[in-house]
Design a binder for this molecule. Sequence first.
Ligand code: PGA
Length: 250
Amino acid sequence: MKKIIAANWKMNKNSKEAIETITELSKILNNSLPEEKEVIIFPSFISLEASTHALSSTPLQFGAQDVYPAKDGAFTGEVSPSMILDAGATWVLTGHSERRHVIKEDNTLVGQKTSFALASGLNVIACIGETLEEREAGTLYDVLTAQLNQTLAKLPTPLSPERLVVAYEPVWAIGTGKTANNEDIIEAHAIIRELLKNILGTSASQIRILYGGSVKAENAPEIIKLENVDGLLVGGASLKAESFAKIINA
Ligand code: PGA
């Protein structure tokens, strides 16, 4: 199982800037990846197609940061799975905490997006994670259970396990500079692995679980080695090619 290092660029970089960063990244990486790693870049919708076309000969994969769970129709402002595939991307993020907390997406919608995207041929990184209040109230287990159960409620079958990835991103660690400590990460990832077993049975061991939240070149080597950490989802530190390349090589 290869580890996944993913770059979530959020609402940053126009097409020109996206292409410049990816070009620089492929140069630093000599256009090849460490053997045991996969790298996925999530640019904004508007720079997605330009990124995939300009860099089609690199080993990098691409994804969209969001998707709407319908084939087509009257959904102003939304983007369908087939449009994302047509733009040359193969992955999508669902349930990112900024979509849950800023845009107010609930578990039901995140579940619909996850199952529709998978059924439409996209691979999915489904994000879950607790807020500081939830953690301090001792509800970590309940929050992760509710989010994961509803996110994965209607998975298409059969489903190859490499097409579904879960990212654990504690909300209080995202963009704050506060990384969860090793014990917190090990505990949450173990909970998620157990929950995945209840939902998926034996194939749960093949689902990759990523950690995200203030990952940087300095802390990536330690986090990536922790039990049940199968990769990293990186925001701020993925915006510069040099720091992201260090994380890829961690
Ligand atoms: P961060 O963001 O690395 O800037 O904390 C991670 C994410 O939101 O996916």
